[in-house]
Design a protein around this ligand. Structure first.
Ligand SMILES: [Zn+2]
Length: 178
């Protein structure tokens, strides 16, 4: 069952994304064309992956509609990462990602010590886990790494990788780098 470990990136880890962006990378890489693997194929498999990633409590599952929404979220992330690779704008994918992340119901909280944090306004488990993805995206955008998370342009690969090149122009994962 090693395939359920969300921190396991295939081959080498040289294109592992830093910090919370690694969560987005792992999530995007739950789908692979070659070998044909989908770690989120069924509700049960998806819930198991989310539990391993500490995004879902042990006693909680996913409804059919939550599972479908989770797969739409992954598709929109993968499409936006492909746009990062090509350096093009994909308004349609961006709109789908915006809609999918809205399930997280992000709000900004301020505690008595004036510590400011992004959090989910919802108490249910599904909005909470979407919020975790949204907070990871927001954090990586703030630190300037979001645009460096891309998907490999090699046909049948599409693996999410972190482009740490000086030019920020890499289009292939470490397995396919020339
Ligand atoms: Zn590749």
């Amino acid at each position: 069952m090693t395939g359920l470990n969300p921190s396991a990136t295939p081959a080498d880890s040289s294109d592992r994304a830093p910090g919370p962006l690694h969560l987005i990378q792992s999530f995007a890489n739950t789908l692979s064309a070659d070998p044909d693997v989908d770690l989120l194929r069924t509700r049960e498999e998806a819930a198991a992956w989310l539990r391993t990633a500490a995004l879902l409590p042990a006693d909680v599952g996913l409804t059919n509609s939550e599972h479908a929404a989770l797969l739409r979220l992954r598709t929109s992330i993968r499409d936006v990462l492909a746009a990062h690779t090509d350096g093009r704008e994909d308004a349609e994918a961006a709109a789908r990602l915006t809609r999918a992340l809205a399930d997280g119901r992000l709000v900004l909280t301020v505690d008595p010590a004036s510590t400011v944090q992004l959090a989910s306004a919802a108490r249910a488990s599904y909005p909470g886990l979407v919020a975790a993805f949204a907070i990871a995206v927001a954090g990586s955008a703030a630190s300037g790494t979001w645009l460096r998370l891309k998907s490999c342009a090699v046909p049948h690969c599409g693996r999410a990788f972190h482009d740490d090149s000086a030019s920020s122009a890499a289009a292939r994962c470490s397995m396919h780098a020339a």
